[in-house]
Unconditional design. Sequence first.
Length: 548
Amino acid sequence: MPSRTRTHHSSLSDPFAAALQPPADETPAARQARVAAEAEQQRVSDRIDDDLRRERAERKRRAKREVRVLLLGQSESGKSTVLKNFRLKYAPNQWKAELRAWRAVVQLNLIQNVLTLLDVMHDRLLLPDSSPDALPPPPTMSFCDGDGDARASLDSTATATAARAVVLTPLHQVLHMRLSPLRAVEADLRRRLGAGDPEFAFANGEDGALGGAGALERRGAAGREFSVRGWIGALGLAGGADGGDGEGGGGGGEKRERVGEGEEGREGKVDAATEILATVCDDIVALWEDPGLRELLRARGLRIEDRPGFFLSDTARITSRDYVPSDNDVVRARLRTLGVQEWRIRLEHDEQFGSEWVIYDVGGARSMRHAWLPFFDAVNAIIFLAPISCFDERLAEDPAVNRLEDSLLLWRAIVSSKLLGKTTLIVFLNKCDLLKRKLQSGIMVNKHLISFGARQNEVGVVVKCASPPSPSPQPKGGVESAMLMCVLGWACVDLKEKFKDILRADASEPRTTYLYATSVTDTKATAATLNIVRDGIIREHLKHAEFV
Ligand SMILES: Nc1nc2c(ncn2[C@@H]2O[C@H](COP(=O)(O)OP(=O)(O)OP(=O)(O)O)[C@@H](O)[C@H]2O)c(=O)[nH]1
Ligand SMILES: [Mg+2]
């Protein structure tokens, strides 16, 4: 056995090879067993190599099939809401399976609505004779625009005076007292949804999001906002490989109990939050329908019904013991995003190319925007959300900045980015429903947006449009409604132009860009828009991949 002898000799200078050598006195039977074992080891090793090769090839195939989309826009622009719409439309079975898990979030939103009302009353009940200065600004999430500090302070003085004129009664005191236990329920729900977990955080100004806010503001809706790094973790959803849907950015951490099931799921009984909510249902309804409180809200310029996560109109339904959130409840529920969440969505009933989508949902607050950059060169398309209803609001993180101006600045940064030169850009001019409501209440766009100054004197144009030129049909509701449609149309058309102007002036490369006026809480209309968007993205993707 010359070769063996040779190997044996070479092993003298190689301690590792020496260790692997068969003993010099190996018997034929032992040799046979050894050779068989080595062959088996080789077979296993080859199988592992094959598996890895197959996995790599599958990953490559998948990457070709995958469509990657990045959702961008300031906080509260509607990014997560678009993601929800996408899942509702294209992964309906998984969506349905998760509805129940959203119950705690909707309950938390409702309780936060109630606590905001209690805070508004609290100051009034505590300070019946206080001076106007003692009253803090209204607890809106974003700041209403003023024409500078002096004007703002005049406004707040007038607001405080009007609020002081509202009389609260002992009934308000009783309701306040009866509903106060909801503070503990709120804390409990927050804990169940992830408080104390380093992966989760509250928006209590940790990122400067509430800078410059007054005391009530800090206690108000914004201060209460709840943030999560990932729904799957917060809601205790199964997610991941089986469902073809999971989260990357926020992954890890222990699996919490399924909050949607809570104690009920484990023990067949109703959980504490649900039980307490059921017992205070009538008090919540009484408080929300109370004329005195409504007057106080009006006096303080607080339109809580326009705030994200508003559920007071659905109190009876949500506080029932067997409440399961509807599609629309989940779409309207507010859960602020932290960091970047990666969602893998396998489109149900769709086997063709483009059946796998990876959607990145990011936190939109200023302090989180640095985390967007690493995803720029990895996506086929960006859906940019610009909430156009916020023309009269200022950024929570920087009250000096108008929210609409911030969106325009963000848009400019995106179109001028060289990294995004080949990326399909889609803009959703979002929250058109809220814009319509604001215009209906008499607020004018050009009063708040400096860059719309040129339009300031063109209200006449709107008035002239009161009788729409034929052949446009007269909208239902007569001249007033026609005027409103005109204002809305004018604002949208003008804003669309504004976004296009920026694209023309600042784009790093010329490219197709799609702009849509949306209200993404309207799931039916959004489903139709998403279909068009999906087809457009796939077409662009195929073009770049040189498949067509
Ligand atoms: N009325 C109305 N509300 C909307 C619309 N789009 C989003 N919302 C609501 O606005 C709130 C904020 O939406 P999100 O999707 O959470 O906003 P986001 O951009 O993900 O915000 P961050 O996670 O903070 O970056 C939610 O309560 C939504 O239901 C819209 O078109 N109309
Ligand atoms: Mg979000």
